[in-house]
Design a protein around this ligand. Structure first.
Ligand code: FES
Length: 350
């Protein structure tokens, strides 16, 4: 489809560094040292006295010892082995045994933002780089929306997750119990729009009945017919968003947003955070509970399936076959490959 033959192993590789990645819930980061792993790096998070989040490489410059095992003293991290102190920018501020601070006594610090209740780190180098804009997902904070969420660690490469998000028709096969009726029909043609860094896909399904939970939440008869409008958006290697709107004649759409936060821990492990937002039945816990009860097992099944794929990828390689439903996934690969190439990390480059 793309003029380039792919093998299964082209799915496994590093993640681009010049990108914002979600690493922790903002509420979980406070006045203590919190160790995390992301993009193969050990990182320690904490809040300074003014409430800002700081993120440092979790390894002392003196000896290989985790700073997260030390303690906070005001805005400084004190190494727990022999007491070097580091400020929130990673520069060494003091050494217990001498007045002079040794040359090179600093650890890497990361650019941090807080958005949508989440701490995001920029993994690109600080020098000569302006971080790109953080993906905006307004429905996660806006009034008039209700959001439920969950998280799972998946023992698979982050691109396997994006590939699965890029084709919602898989849901009818993987999870027929929760797939809406419309996904059991032959999908209409897909419109795919590609920019330098994003992929968007769109489909409009003819009027079809709603699943029982949604008909109940909307207070309509489950034989009523609704147009279904589906969009998928690869916003970055860290974020995939699905829109799922249902529209009855002459009415405003009832909107669902599925936000997927994708954090590569290493090349074979990914942290997935999923957020399901709706702008209908926002004041009922029954709908929230239904969504959690449906989608927690779904994301667990998806994770388990991708882990099986990763196991096979690790054992064998072969040329793959692609179909029209794979077009968005292949575009995502091309964007990621271009990002990696720009950073000198594309292993498939000749
Ligand atoms: S290992 Fe951290 S100060 Fe020595």
């Amino acid at each position: 489809m793309t003029g380039r033959r792919h093998t299964h192993s082209s799915l496994v590789g590093p993640a681009p560094q010049r990108c914002w990645y979600p690493v922790a819930a903002a509420a979980d980061v406070g006045r203590s040292l919190q160790r995390i792993e992301a993009l193969g790096q050990d990182i320690v998070l904490f809040r300074t006295l003014d409430g800002a989040v700081a993120a440092l490489e979790d390894c002392c410059a003196h000896r290989p010892y985790p700073l997260s095992l030390g303690r906070l003293s005001a805005d400084a991290v004190v190494c727990g082995l022999c007491g070097f102190e580091y400020g929130s920018t990673g520069h060494c501020l003091g050494v217990p045994t001498q007045d002079r601070i040794p040359a090179g006594a600093s650890v890497r610090s990361f650019i941090v933002r807080e958005q949508h209740g989440t701490v995001w780190l920029w993994f690109g180098e600080r020098a000569n780089q302006r971080p790109s804009a953080l993906p905006k997902l307004g429905w996660l904070d806006a009034t008039g929306w209700n959001t439920v969420s969950g998280a799972r660690t998946v023992a698979a490469n982050y691109l396997l997750l994006h590939e699965s998000f890029a084709d919602v028709t898989k849901i009818a096969v993987l999870a027929p119990d929760i797939a809406p009726y419309v996904l059991r029909t032959t999908p209409p043609p897909l419109d795919v729009v590609v920019t330098e860094t994003t992929v968007s896909l769109e489909r409009r399904y003819p009027p079809t009945q709603l699943p029982a939970w949604q008909a109940e939440a909307l207070g309509v008869d489950d034989t009523a017919l609704f147009v279904h409008e589906q969009q998928g958006h690869f916003r970055s290697p860290a974020v995939w968003v699905d829109h799922w709107d249902v529209v009855a004649a002459d009415e405003a759409p009832s909107r669902l947003r599925f936000s997927h936060f994708v954090t590569p821990v290493d090349e074979r492990t990914t942290r997935l955070g999923w957020w399901i937002s709706r702008d209908f039945a926002t004041d009922t816990n029954i709908t929230s509970r239904r969504l959690i009860d449906m989608f927690t097992p779904y994301y667990n099944s998806l994770g388990a399936a991708l882990e099986r794929s990763q196991l096979l990828l690790d054992r064998r390689d072969r040329h793959e076959v692609n179909v029209s439903a794979d077009v968005a996934a292949l575009r995502v690969r091309e964007i990621v490959r271009a990002m990696l190439s720009e950073e000198g990390l594309d292993r498939s480059a000749p």
